[in-house]
Design a protein around this ligand. Structure first.
Ligand code: AMP
Length: 396
């Protein structure tokens, strides 16, 4: 294990996820979560060797206290000296960051400057980075961007059909997110097919609480469904996805405040809004099986919209090696994948029921019948990408 550990940090506004990744084996040695920052119940919990533990944080700067606790923890576990780098997940790199970078003052400032584009995420990342830089002053630290993989999109895919001035003045364009996930699963899928990724073409479908589709041509992102923000594209757990923008004006004229409208579209829509029940896919499926009308409609819309995006991305590619399903729903939900494939029957997709049933709970596998177009399940591993990219730059 010596000299192979990278600490991966994903700092949010009131939480901080972390994992210690062994870059040789590819596994998380330790993983944990700091939660409820800013509240009296702020705590850090972690899993090590199958055992779960929790530690209450005292009053103060909870990001710093959480990182300090992680430092003490890795020291207690005898792992501290094996950590060679820290990799930070950053949601928005704008057009500035097209790949992973080493964090210095200039980079911190640039990430902060991009807060306009990701007000909920980038400031929280910077707080976590500063805490980590203070806690691990001798380690090189890296920023890995969710948007970077999509910076290869052509202008026709990232430019909105609006005045160019809005792009020039404000940077309004499609950026795309979940880049580390689409990157990882496309590399793994190429290995499954025994093809160089540079010659492989995929439609990667990340279906978690957040969801996005990505068209990947010769290993590069050429289009993706999330846009200027992660609100665009597919129906999600609580997000509406694509929507006629006039609805916003309509609701504002009806007396809704700007905040109410955006809370509605970000937090009360999607599976939750349509079902009136839950944003959790497992709850939707269970309720549907019990005949719940809202849950059934939510399931139908969700699968129909994913299939429509897949169909539209056939246009972005000349050839397609495989559809790839990933993330919480994509990796686990047999009925969702089954329905999506059924919706794609015009393209020749035929579900292999046994394959679909087997590809769950971390198992990868092909879920379509032999001699029909291929769809497969590949569990994602964003932490592994962040750790590996950090390691690669450390040794560059
Ligand atoms: P993620 O954001 O990738 O963690 O994915 C969260 C989503 O995955 C939630 O909607 C969960 O309901 C869904 N999910 C997790 N496990 C399962 C499962 N076994 N079957 C169906 N959906 C699942």
């Amino acid at each position: 294990m010596s000299n192979s550990l990278v600490l991966v940090i994903n700092s949010g506004s009131s939480s901080l996820k972390f994992a210690l990744i062994d870059t040789v084996v590819g596994d998380a040695v330790l993983s944990g979560l700091g939660e409820c920052f800013g509240l009296p119940e702020a705590n850090v919990s972690w899993k090590y060797n199958g055992e779960k533990k929790e530690y209450a944080l005292s009053e103060g700067n909870h990001h710093q206290l959480a990182v300090d606790r992680i430092v003490a923890l890795v020291d207690e576990l005898g792992l501290k000296d094996d950590i060679v780098a820290v990799g930070h997940r950053v949601v928005h790199g704008g057009e500035k960051f097209t790949s992973t970078v080493k964090i210095d003052d200039e980079v911190l400032k640039e990430i902060e400057n991009l807060s306009d584009l990701a007000p909920l995420h980038n400031p929280a990342h910077v707080i976590g980075m500063r805490a980590s830089l203070a806690a691990f002053p001798s380690l090189s630290q890296y920023a890995v961007f969710d948007t970077a993989f999509h910076q290869t999109m052509p202008a026709k895919a990232f430019t909105g059909a609006i005045s160019r001035k809005l792009y020039e003045d404000y940077g309004i364009r499609r950026y795309g997110f979940h880049g580390t996930s689409h990157y990882f699963v496309s590399r793994e899928a190429a290995k499954v097919l025994n093809k160089p990724v540079e010659e492989s073409n995929f439609i990667s479908v990340h279906l978690g609480n957040g969801a996005s589709v990505c068209a990947i041509k010769n290993g590069k992102s050429v289009d993706t469904s999330m846009g200027f923000t992660p609100l665009a594209g597919l129906m999600m757990g609580t997000r509406c996805g694509d929507l006629d923008p006039s609805i916003i004006e309509f609701l504002l004229k009806k007396g809704w405040s700007q905040e109410e409208v955006f809370t509605e579209l970000n937090k009360k829509s999607g599976l939750l809004g349509v079902s009136g029940l839950t944003s959790d896919c497992r709850g939707i499926i269970e309720a549907m099986e019990n005949g719940h009308e809202g849950a059934t409609l939510a399931f139908e819309i969700f699968c129909y919209r994913v299939a429509k995006y897949i169909g539209s991305y056939m246009v972005a590619l000349d050839e397609l090696d495989s559809i790839i399903f990933t993330a919480g729903i994509g990796e686990n939900s047999q009925p969702i994948r089954s329905k999506i494939l059924e919706n794609l029957k015009i393209f020749g997709y035929r579900e292999d029921e046994e394959g679909n049933a087997a590809a769950r709970f971390g198992n990868r596998g092909i879920i379509t019948k032999p001699n029909t177009p291929v769809a497969m399940v590949i569990p994602t591993n964003e932490e592994w990408v962040i750790a590996n990219e950090s390691m690669a730059l450390l040794h560059a």
